[in-house]
Design a protein around this ligand. Structure first.
Ligand code: UT7
Length: 323
């Protein structure tokens, strides 16, 4: 069995910043409602860049930061619910753009848990000896599946992407994990549906193309499942929450994280939050937070982090990683 280390972090957000006040010109909302209910002040919205273009910028940054050549990458995974195409997958578009000719490349779909699940997959390929260097990206252009006339959802989401390079190394830095799904609640958070329309079938109902969410159910699910998952994770690792430097949660809503903090008996400053600047970017939110922490010098050798994702599927999962 081999070891997995994290060797580079990077992120990219489209340049257009949309503030809460900007949104109050589109729908009946206010900065006061959005910031007090969610902690979001602004989000980045694509003016045309699709998910693959965001991923390519992230992958180029990761190559530069890791010092790896494109032909040294042997695995690319993109976690996204907003791919450019059903096929080719986003990871193959990245592979072609960066010239990673020795990589195999695929996408995974697990919404806001996508990056946690994808990093777990990469860890197994590396630990088994099958891969040496993996690029793992979470990226979304949620703006293309948001209903810009629905104030209950359009204020929540943003676009962006980020990723990590995970490589075979000396130390084991992917220490423990806890992953779950509950498909019975899946239709409480939907988007991007395409019904069967062909020569033999013409359904009358419209596709549920836009993101629709039973916010209260997802709120209750998250505040119940996330602390439980973190406790299971810590038990598996034989650690307590005091051994953890930062919890890096999916950035869905500051109020969710406040409840999680209370249930874990720790203060909010143990959680790394950047939701105010980016909103909810689904699969991108955890790696975007990691990349920002890296830029701020918070990720030092030996720093212990819990990453925890939750959302569509419904899915949730946590991993304990060491830098
Ligand atoms: O990443 C995927 C996982 N997603 C999540 O984790 C989201 C989880 N859920 C939430 O974060 C919260 O449920 C929301 C932020 C989505 C909603 O907050 P809430 O405190 O549950 O509000 P609510 O849905 O109960 O709505 C309260 C009121 C309603 O008005 P009435 O019926 O009380 O008159 C809404 O119509 O707020 C109204 N409202 C708004 N008002 C101004 C809903 N959206 C807005 C808005 N601006 N943007």
């Amino acid at each position: 069995m081999f070891n997995t280390e994290f060797i580079a972090f990077d992120s990219y957000a489209p340049p257009r910043v949309v503030t809460n006040d900007d949104l109050s010109k589109l729908v009946d909302t206010s900065d006061e409602w959005i910031s007090s209910r969610t902690g979001i002040s602004q989000r980045h919205i694509s003016e045309g860049e699709n998910t693959s273009e965001i991923c390519i910028k992230v992958a180029e940054g990761l190559l530069k930061k890791s010092g790896l050549a494109p032909d040294e990458i042997d695995l690319i995974i993109v976690a996204t619910i907003t791919p450019d195409f059903a096929t080719p997958n986003t990871a193959c578009l990245v592979q072609a753009a960066i010239g990673a000719e020795n990589a195999f490349a695929f996408d995974i779909s697990a919404a806001c848990s996508g990056f946690v699940f994808a990093s777990s997959i990469a860890d197994k390929y590396i630990k088994s000896g099958m891969c040496k260097n993996a690029i793992v990206i979470g990226a979304e252009t949620l703006s293309k599946i948001v209903n810009w006339e629905d104030r209950t959802t359009c204020v929540l989401f943003g676009d962006g992407g980020a990723g990590v390079v995970m490589s075979r190394g000396e130390r084991n830095c992917y220490l423990a994990e806890d992953m779950h799904s509950d498909g019975s609640l899946g239709l409480r958070l939907t988007g991007g549906e395409t019904k069967v329309r062909n020569a033999y079938s013409a359904p009358e109902e419209a596709d549920r193309r836009y993101l629709e969410m039973d916010g209260r159910t997802i709120f209750n699910f998250s505040t119940k499942r996330v602390p439980a998952s973190i406790n299971i994770l810590l038990d598996k690792a034989g650690l307590t929450i005091d051994d953890i430097d930062y919890v890096v949660p999916h950035q869905a809503n500051s109020r969710i994280v406040e409840v999680v903090a209370k249930k874990l008996g720790i203060s909010m400053d143990r959680f790394y939050m950047n939701i105010a600047s980016y909103g909810n970017t689904s699969a991108a939110s955890i790696p975007m937070a990691l990349a920002q922490m890296d830029r701020e010098g918070l990720l030092k050798k030996g720093t212990k982090l819990v990453i925890t994702g939750f959302g569509g599927g419904l899915t949730w999962g946590s991993a304990l990683i060491e830098i």
